[in-house]
Design a protein around this ligand. Structure first.
Ligand code: ADP
Length: 649
């Protein structure tokens, strides 16, 4: 239970007043009693004194019985009769043997009825007073004429008077006590309020104000006592808090300045980085175009020549050109991929994938390579992984192609095994896929297993003449897998082999089995077309020549234009049935030309196949609005003719 200070102080005051008043009342009562007893003794003397001279003379004739009888017969009765004291109850005489010798009631004479307590206290020299039931008894000693004690006159008085007086004293004391107590408590409360409670309330209010941040709350306590000391302590504390807050504000604004400065520096640096990044992306897009376009021509023409060349040696040279061109293209693609991912421009292209089919395709792809090294190649799916899944098939293929070609490259004998494993989620809508690529090759030293995932990093001491490579494959694979939310890790022992594990979590299952993407285009020789007019628009002469000579095997009439503007002129002269349009050209680019064609009612129905070397998604998005189909450079002939067939037939 919580008792306030005021209540505690008031309780102490109440208790003290009660104690003082109680003690003074008891003293008063004791005094009264003493006074009353003295009065009684005097009254007893006054009553007994008329008898004394008579007893004196009577005791001279020595006939004891006669004086006693006289006392009994005359004196005691008279005394009682003529008594002027209201409280006198009885009077009798006892002799030296403690027998009642004379009594107003004769029947009591010669009895030992006197109280034993009184008898024990009798004193022949002075009066003795004893309190008994409802009365006070006074024993007055009696002497004969010779001064010898011959007994006592016992006088008893009622105690009514004393009781009444005591009662009135106590009741007075109680009323006084109540008045005193009430007055004292009221005064004490007023004083406590002024001296203690109000200052404490002020201090409490002050501390609340300080807690809520108000440092200007006033304190008007001027007393010199402990509360005054406490108040000045509070004031000192406020001053200290104020000082600390001020210094905190200073620190804060200093910090804010620093943060603002740093933020500005950071923003500047970020802008600079973004600008550099954009410059890098622009450079890459341009480089992509500039390198891939001539490469396109190199690869295209070498393929064309191969088709028509009968000389064995020349065919071998052409094959070498194709192989080197393709590997150059791969390196170029790797660098572009890496830069695209780092610029945050790489996006996932999710499509339906049938894992068993992918395994089959990979098997086909690496069959010859593994057979050349006499390696046992097994690429298998999980037997229950029959439902198609939704993932970026190109990127997964690229990762697996890299892992499998590495495994074959670094394995001299034994086997290369790829195994797809999976775990279905509880609701069966998603699965976690794990692909294990295991080989029995040279393995990777423990201290280099992390390093090989870095850009351009290969195992130390590896002879490039033997294995070649750029050290980019794993770096790109890791980035691709991370982009898909997965992990790529390796377990390997030197000279015992390696196991690369691709984890792809949360892969969605595709619901329908329709619309399988065509990857295996029909053979070129299987196409037959009706005569048609095709316009090829490209600023690079070899590209135009390459396409023209490729298309010449059918009964097409091929026109060429060197840029968008030229194309518009050619269309006016001879309306084509289909346009193959390069996007990046001087004077007028493919997009602008396509836009003008689309806005002309005469020509807007003509299908436009856009050809681009750009890897930027934005370019592709824009051209997809204006053109019918986009083909990436280098152009795959099977792909191109497949698309032409879609629009011409
Ligand atoms: P690259 O194969 O072009 O050198 P990667 O990034 O694909 O680039 O691989 C980096 C290096 O990791 C390889 O050069 C090789 O040292 C090591 N490595 C990769 N796969 C294997 C493997 N299956 N067995 C042994 N070493 C491997």
């Amino acid at each position: 239970m919580r008792i306030s200070i005021a209540h505690k102080i008031l309780m102490i005051i109440g208790f003290t007043i009660t104690l003082i008043l109680g003690a003074s009342t008891s003293l008063h009562v004791m005094e009264l009693k003493e006074q009353t007893l003295l009065n009684m003794s005097e009254k007893a003397d006054a009553i007994v004194s008329p008898m004394l001279s008579e007893i004196n003379s009577l005791t001279q004739d020595n006939t004891v019985g006669s004086w006693v009888l006289k006392i009994q017969g005359i004196t005691l009765k008279n005394i009682l009769k003529n008594n002027t004291f209201d409280d006198l109850k009885t009077i009798y005489f006892i002799d030296q043997n403690n027998f009642i010798a004379a009594h107003p009631d004769n029947s009591k004479v010669d009895t030992l009825e006197t109280n034993q307590v009184l008898l024990k206290q009798l004193n022949p020299k002075h009066n003795v007073i004893v309190a008994m039931e409802q009365q006070y008894v006074v024993a007055v000693p009696i002497s004969n004429f010779q001064g010898e004690n011959i007994g006592y006159v016992i006088v008893s008085f009622s105690d009514k008077d004393l009781a009444l007086k005591t009662k009135s004293i106590i009741s007075n004391a109680v009323s006084l006590f109540a008045i005193y107590l009430l007055t004292a408590l009221i005064i004490a409360y007023i004083i406590i309020r002024r001296i203690i409670l109000q200052p404490i309330d002020q201090l409490v209010e002050f501390s609340h104000a300080v807690t809520t941040g108000d440092l200007n709350c006033p304190i008007n306590i001027k007393s010199q006592d402990e509360i005054g000391t406490l108040a000045s302590g509070f004031k000192m504390m406020r001053a200290a808090v104020r000082q600390q807050i001020n210094s905190m504000h200073e620190q804060h604004s200093l910090l804010e300045d620093t943060v603002a400065k740093r933020t500005q520096e950071y923003l500047d640096a970020k802008e600079q980085a973004e600008q550099s990044n954009q410059a890098k992306s622009r450079f890459l897009a341009n480089m992509s175009h500039e390198l891939r376009t001539p490469l396109n021509a190199v690869l295209g023409f070498s393929q064309l020549l191969q088709d028509s060349e009968t000389d064995k040696n020349k065919r071998r040279y052409l094959e070498a050109i194709s192989i080197s061109g393709n590997s150059l293209l791969n390196v170029l693609n790797d660098i572009l991929d890496l830069s695209k991912i780092d610029a945050g421009k790489m996006q996932l292209d999710i499509e339906r994938v049938e894992i068993p089919k992918m395994c089959h395709e990979l098997n086909m792809m690496f069959l010859q390579l593994s057979a050349q090294k006499d390696l046992d190649l097994q690429i298998t799916s999980h037997p229950e992984l029959t439902t198609p899944v939704l993932l970026d098939s190109n990127k997964v293929r690229q990762v697996l192609t890299n892992l499998i070609s590495n495994a074959i490259k670094f394995t001299a004998q034994g086997s290369v095994k790829v195994y797809f494993d999976f775990k279905a989620h509880d609701d069966n809508s998603n699965i976690d896929i794990k692909i294990h690529v295991t080989d029995t090759g040279k393995g990777i030293p423990k201290d280099q297993q992390d390093l090989i995932f870095n850009d351009f990093e290969q195992v130390q001491g590896q002879r490039s003449s033997e294995f070649g490579g750029t050290g980019l494959g794993l770096a790109i694979s890791l980035r691709f897998i991370k982009l898909m939310g997965g992990e790529l890790s390796v377990i390997s022992d030197k000279d015992k082999g390696s196991e690369f594990i691709v984890s792809l979590p949360n892969i969605e299952l595709a619901e329908s089995k329709n619309e399988v993407k065509h990857r295996n285009y029909p053979a070129i020789s299987s196409y037959h077309f009706n005569p048609a007019r095709i316009l090829i628009v490209d600023d690079i002469p070899y590209n135009r020549d390459y396409l023209e000579s490729f298309l010449s095997r059918w009964s097409f009439t091929v026109d060429t234009a060197i840029n968008g503007e030229d194309a518009l002129k050619k269309i006016e002269q001879h309306q084509p049935d289909l346009i193959i349009m390069d996007l990046k050209m001087p004077v007028m680019g493919g997009l602008e030309a396509s836009q003008l064609i689309r806005s002309d009612d005469r020509f807007k129905h003509i299908p436009i196949i856009a050809v681009t070397a750009s890897v930027l998604k934005d370019d592709k998005a824009q051209s997809s609005i204006l053109t019918d189909y986009i083909i990436s450079k280098p152009i795959h002939r099977e792909h191109l003719i497949f698309i032409i067939a879609q629009y011409l037939d």
